[in-house]
Ligand binder design. Sequence first.
Ligand code: HAS
Length: 564
Amino acid sequence: MELQKNLQRIILAELLVPLTLFIFGAYHGVLQVMYQSGVIRATSVAGIDYYQGLTAHGVINALVLTTFFAVALGYAVVSQELKSHVSIAGATLSLALMLLGAVMAAVMIFLGKASVLYTFYPPLMAHPLFYAGLVLFIVGSWVPMFTWIPVYLRWRKEHRGQKTPLGVVGIFATFIVWQMATLPVAFEVLVQLLPWSLGWTTGVNVMLSRTLFWFFGHPLVYFWLLPTYVLYYTMLPKLAGGKLFSDFAGRFTFMSLILLSCPLGLHHQFADPGISTTSKGIQGVLTMLVVIPSLLTAFTLAASLELAARQRGGKGLFGWWKKLPYFNPENWLFPYLFCGLVIFLFGGITGIVNASYSMNNVVHNTAWVPAHFHLTVGGPVFLGILGGSLFLITGLLKKPVVSGTMALIVPYMWTVGTFVFSSGFFLGGLRGEPRRTNLGLTYMNPASPSYRPDWWMATHMGLVGGCIMGLAVLLYFIVLIRSLTAAPDAARAQVPFLLPMSEPYHDEDIFAVRNFTPWVVAAVLLCVAAYYAPFRNIVKNGITTAPGFRPDSPAPIDTVHRKA
Ligand code: HAS
């Protein structure tokens, strides 16, 4: 069944608008490695200062692009797999709120009134319109799931006894995690940050907002990852020419990510005061548990790839790897997903390093952390979004991908870029190179007393890697624009556009993963158990509240205003 025409237009807007914003996000990424390596020794470039650019980079790439893609993919999968029409009014409302919110936040960033980075930690303070924009954006992203629920319930009634299609399980898992994650951040923004930035309160409890943020911030990373897992479990085996090794593995992964995504945010706060080591220890252990679904994914996808390669004549213990379609321009989407997997292997291993309480002390707040997340959100997630968007856009518009070979080069170039970039950042991080710092002014400036020549190699590897990543993005946009301007393909116009869905090789029917409810209830209980003590302590200890600051001044914002 072809997607509703109006829905197709909405999906296209949800993909094309953030991709357009992403041009600025990517440009500021390249500028970051230039500041970092001392190629730029200034506070700003073209009127945009360091923290403003870093905020644009983080907010556009990590929040806006990812959320729009999750919503767009969600609509495509739910509608296609349940063979049902979805509410166009709901989809339009969601798009309008998200667009308005994203534009408000972006305008405030580019006006220099919201240089608070993507974590918007207080006491850095942004303009109220930035926070209002975030609220609208989040509320807009809540709408789709509530419009899918009745469609799903109807489907279940009409298909009693049938398993929910795996892609739909993945999409619901994504948005259940999002719903649980965004409630605490909505509280943070609405109750703490917005009134504070409007001048209605004099200060903010920084520990409370950091903890609320990370209650959101950790599941946020699985919200980024889950749509990519949907692509991996449903499409990758078919693109490889085979079947999904185990249907149960996919369902278990999605359900266990509902259970385990939220109660672990404290592993971002191992170094924070005011939270007991017991709470940090408990959430550290839970962090190790959340690795299990990803390890299961690694083995299941490797088995699915092996199955496909052997069907293509692959032989031997390792010889079968040679038979996968790495360089087929007709099948250009395969390397986007495959390269993401290869990158994620290293992103995952370094995540386990971060999660180890003692080792975290060595790497926390150093360049190691951006190295880790460019191999996770910047690896599988980003390549999934690039490949998935190009596939959806050209598929819905019935246009050919011009050219398949160039589209094919992008993921390989990106992979080389991220590995070089991250190796440099890992190296620098282990030598104490800080993150979120304009090194060009100090540590990478020979004229500065703080000059660190021993960081030269690390920061310049970051520079080379970052520029290769920038080139890959440029190539991607050439392909996208050429494809958008090409004439529709007559052959494609004859058939409805469908996402390729893999069949299972082992189609287990296991009761425990049939129903969302027990997983959601268990997830809520686990969150209460993991977060009750830290929140009680933060509130009970009555930590002094802080006034607002901007990154360019040590004086609180109120004092600056009074002087002015
Ligand atoms: Fe993380 C910090 C721990 C996963 C993103 N993480 C971050 C930040 C971001 C981020 C953005 O415990 C920085 C936040 C900030 O601004 O401060 N992370 C983990 C752990 C995992 C993990 C244990 N992170 C992710 C994912 C992200 C992401 C996924 C985005 C999508 N992370 C941390 C910790 C910190 C942290 C601490 C705080 C650090 C600090 O001090 O600030 C795990 O979920 C990872 C499990 C994954 C695996 C990999 C499975 C491998 C697969 C590939 C198989 C490959 C195949 C092909 C089959 C175990 C599925 C192979 C073929 C070949 C030929 C090789």
